[in-house]
Write a protein that binds this ligand. Structure first.
Ligand code: CTP
Length: 407
């Protein structure tokens, strides 16, 4: 999947999110795309054509009737020479113009004259987004075959306003563009995968908790890799410091019990990959108030109780996904312990992590052995991204050749 040599016309409309379009240009170009920017008048209030041109490395088109620009390009030609048009930010006004076929400036004229797909990244005040006219225009545009990414939920530039209206992040737009232009095979298209990732956090009292050092990198990378192969992915993640992977629905949870509930709610699924480092135990009683130290008294004992085993629950579930994958952290006898785990947890595959080496937990690389009923397959030391990519392909191969399931 690549944007190499793709010609992208980027229309920047007038919204505060226009500043993110500068980063979007950079990221599209990093991936080998040629970016031709078109700016509306209002966009020039937020970013300058000079900055846009410096990043895109070429002419920035702004006027419908420009003596210099019109002579050597013309809006019709500008509309014709692209693999994809991205509108980011797409304002309520520009969407309304598109939906009604207005063409009173260069951006709207190009959109009307286009003969390539369009991807909109809407950004506006949440009230403007949910307003009936905008929703009607959106429905019209979707019917016309226009694709959208976002808007996302979150804080708005206007103080105190939150809701759906924030423009998708540049990387999310890049991934959506790649997806739109990608013609490589998608062996997992139509399949739903649930992935768990990160640690769980178990409260002791309102300020203290039990957790572990899992970074979520492996689980997040697997979720992204499955999505790249066409799967619809629900990622259920404990608290992590890394971004939600693009192209994936990410649900944030804290405790093991939250995680189980969220995973069960996401069923049915075809594939489950349980990568989270779920805390085996939680405090038997969670104090409602902060526990205070009492001078002269011994520290309070911490009684623990067992958490539900999510992998085991899903592995034996009435609505069990066809393929259930678990992870195992081992320091020795990797295959023997993983084989035992396979049976106990009702999994089809255990990816055993050799954590005897330093830097695996929370680090960037991994050495794994794949254990199924039919044997073990050792993979060399690889980056977590490479493990994810290879595992996603491994899963896709088994899934396509249905006969080889269960192993
Ligand atoms: N797992 C889970 N819910 C739990 C505990 C573990 O879903 N409450 C999943 C993990 O996501 C992982 C696998 O089960 O896929 C790990 O199993 P676990 O029994 O925790 O094994 P190890 O971490 O390898 O540790 P140990 O062998 O000590 O049990």
């Amino acid at each position: 999947m690549s944007l190499k040599d793709k010609r992208i016309l980027l229309i920047i409309a007038g919204g505060i999110a226009a500043y993110k379009s500068l980063d979007l240009i950079r990221r599209l170009k990093e991936r080998g795309a040629a970016v031709t920017p078109v700016m509306t008048k209002a966009a020039e209030e937020f970013v300058t054509p000079l900055a846009v041109g410096a990043l895109s490395g070429g002419t920035v088109f702004t006027d419908l009737f420009s003596r210099t620009q019109e002579q050597d390009v013309g809006h019709i030609r500008l509309a014709r020479e692209n693999d994809l048009i991205i509108v980011a930010p797409a304002t309520a006004n520009l969407m309304a113009k598109m939906a009604h076929g207005l063409a009173d400036d260069l951006a709207s004229a190009v959109l009307l004259a286009r003969d390539c797909p369009v991807l909109l990244a809407p950004a506006m005040n949440p009230k403007m987004w949910s307003a009936p006219p905008t929703q009607r225009n959106l429905a019209t545009l979707l019917m016309d075959g226009v694709e959208t990414i976002g808007p996302m939920k979150g804080e708005m530039a206007e103080r105190g306003e939150a809701g759906k209206g924030r423009m998708a992040e540049p990387m999310e737009i890049v991934v959506a563009a790649e997806k739109r232009l990608d013609d490589s095979p998608r062996p997992l298209a139509g399949k739903h995968a649930i992935v768990t990732s990160g640690p769980t956090v178990e409260a002791i009292d309102p300020v203290r908790y039990i957790a572990n050092r899992s970074s979520g990198r492996q689980g997040h990378a697997i979720a992204a890799a499955l999505a790249r192969l066409g799967a619809q992915v629900t990622l259920v993640s404990g608290p992590v410091a890394i971004a939600d992977p693009p192209g994936v629905e990410t649900l944030h949870v804290e405790s093991a019990r939250d995680m189980l509930k969220t995973v069960e709610k996401a069923l049915p699924a075809d594939i489950a990959v349980m990568v989270a480092a779920v805390s085996d135990w939680r405090a038997a009683d969670t104090a409602q108030q902060k526990m205070k130290k009492k001078p002269g008294e011994a520290p309070p004992p911490l009684a623990l109780t067992e958490n539900p085993d999510i992998l085991k629950t899903i592995g034996h579930h009435a609505r069990r996904p066809r393929l259930v994958v678990g992870f195992a952290a081992e320091t020795r006898d990797v295959t023997a312990y993983a084989t035992d785990k396979l049976a106990r947890k009702g999994a089809d595959l255990i990816v055993a992590n050799d954590v005897s080496e330093e830097g695996v937990m929370g680090g960037g690389h991994n050495r794994v052995t794949l254990v199924t009923k039919s044997g073990a397959e050792e993979w060399p030391d690889m980056s977590k991204d490479a493990v994810a990519e290879r595992l996603a392909h491994w899963i896709a191969e088994r899934f396509v050749a249905q006969a080889s399931l269960p192993f």
